[in-house]
Design a binder for this molecule. Structure first.
Ligand code: ADP
Ligand code: TRP
Length: 337
């Protein structure tokens, strides 16, 4: 089974990204042949500072590696290191109905927020489909908000195959029956991470870099401390039982405190007698313990940029070999010398 996924490098990673996405990637690399990439071309739809674009790409790579992605098990690469993706993006775009892009929810949401309707944003799903189809994965693990993008990739792969593969039958995409031909572009399946609850930010909204409410994975310890100490709480007295609804501090403890220790924390929270400050200190200690090994590896990688480049170059070579094979067939099918 081949698994592929990507994450945009449009900001500093936070614990919501870890529990919501990266943790699953680390598990998935054990289950099949995994490809994980940093979608740095995509991030340019929202990031227009070249220094930051470069830094976030590097930081995302260091984050993946220090959180447990293993270059011996998974192919880890930067999207922009495999330029074939831009070629497929164009070629695939020639069969993409504009009407699909016009009803893309991620695009509509962004426009509704006042983000300008640039072509890159509009064409984002086509590049994402190219990302996927270039590597013929079986499954693409993504969050719920990305399902529509995977459906587009499937629809466009079918349309491409119908147009360019004689004998292709969408009812028999693998071409198993006599007279049928297998598709050139393989239809991916989305794997949705349903069970990961939304990680709340320090203000109680969904943790997101766009809300400025994150607890970063690799920030300075003093900044992490400030964020955790600033988690929004109500005015329940020290001695009173604490509410468990609309309580981001409680939710974060539940997420991060090891499951065998949580019942004790839960009992004291419900009984009262401790102040929120005590729980914030506990959360900080838990955070530091949980991420200490990753933070140490991250610091080591930060001090060894050549090693990071070596790992990314190796991932890019492996990804490119795969991409080049597919592109040869796509060009031939379309009549591109
Ligand atoms: P942000 O909201 O900070 O911009 P992204 O949209 O870049 O984060 O998310 C990258 C990945 O992390 C996605 O797979 C997303 O599902 C996951 N993720 C982000 N924030 C959270 C959260 N608060 N809870 C759970 N998962 C999250
Ligand atoms: N759009 C995805 C996100 O925001 C990132 C992404 C880009 C991606 N290309 C991909 C995810 C290909 C899976 C497969 O999360």
């Amino acid at each position: 089974m081949r698994i592929l996924s990507g994450v945009q490098s449009s900001g500093r990673l936070h614990i919501g990204n870890y529990y919501g996405a990266i943790r699953q990637f680390v598990q998935l690399q054990e289950e099949g042949e995994a490809f994980f990439f940093i979608a740095n071309y995509h991030s340019l739809t929202s990031l227009r500072d070249p220094k930051l674009a470069e830094a976030y790409t590097r930081e995302a790579a260091m984050a993946y590696l220090s959180l447990g992605l293993d270059p011996k098990k998974a192919v880890l690469f930067r999207q922009s290191d495999v330029r074939e993706v831009l070629e497929l993006y164009w070629l695939l775009g020639t069969v993409v109905p504009v009407a699909n892009l016009e009803r893309a929810t991620s695009y509509k949401d962004k426009i509704a927020k006042g983000i300008s309707a640039d072509f890159g944003l509009f064409a984002y799903p086509v590049l994402m489909a190219a990302d996927i189809l270039l590597y013929s994965p079986d499954v693409v693990p993504v969050g719920k908000d990305q399902i529509q993008h995977i459906e587009f990739a499937r629809d466009w792969a079918v349309k491409f195959n119908l147009t360019y593969v004689p004998g292709y039958d969408p009812q028999d995409p693998e071409g198993k029956e006599k007279g049928h031909a297998p598709g050139l572009l393989k239809l991916p399946a989305a794997r949705v991470q349903e069970d990961t609850a939304t990680v709340p930010g320090v203000d109680g909204q969904k943790m997101s870099k766009s809300y400025g409410n994150t607890i970063e994975l690799f920030g300075e310890e003093k900044d992490i401390k400030k964020r955790i100490m600033g988690i929004k709480t109500d005015s329940t007295a020290v001695e009173s039982p604490k509410p468990t609804e609309n309580a981001p501090l409680y939710d974060l403890l539940k997420l991060m405190v090891p499951p065998e220790q949580f019942p004790e924390v839960d009992a004291s929270w419900r009984a009262g007698g401790k102040g929120y400050g005590d729980y914030k200190k506990l959360l900080l200690a838990t955070y530091l313990e949980a991420f200490a090994p990753a933070r140490k590896r991250y610091a080591e990688l930060a001090n060894d940029p050549a090693e990071l480049e070596r790992i990314l170059a190796d991932g890019a070579d492996r990804a490119r070999a795969e991409a080049a094979r597919l592109m040869q067939r796509v060009r031939r099918a379309m009549g591109v010398p």
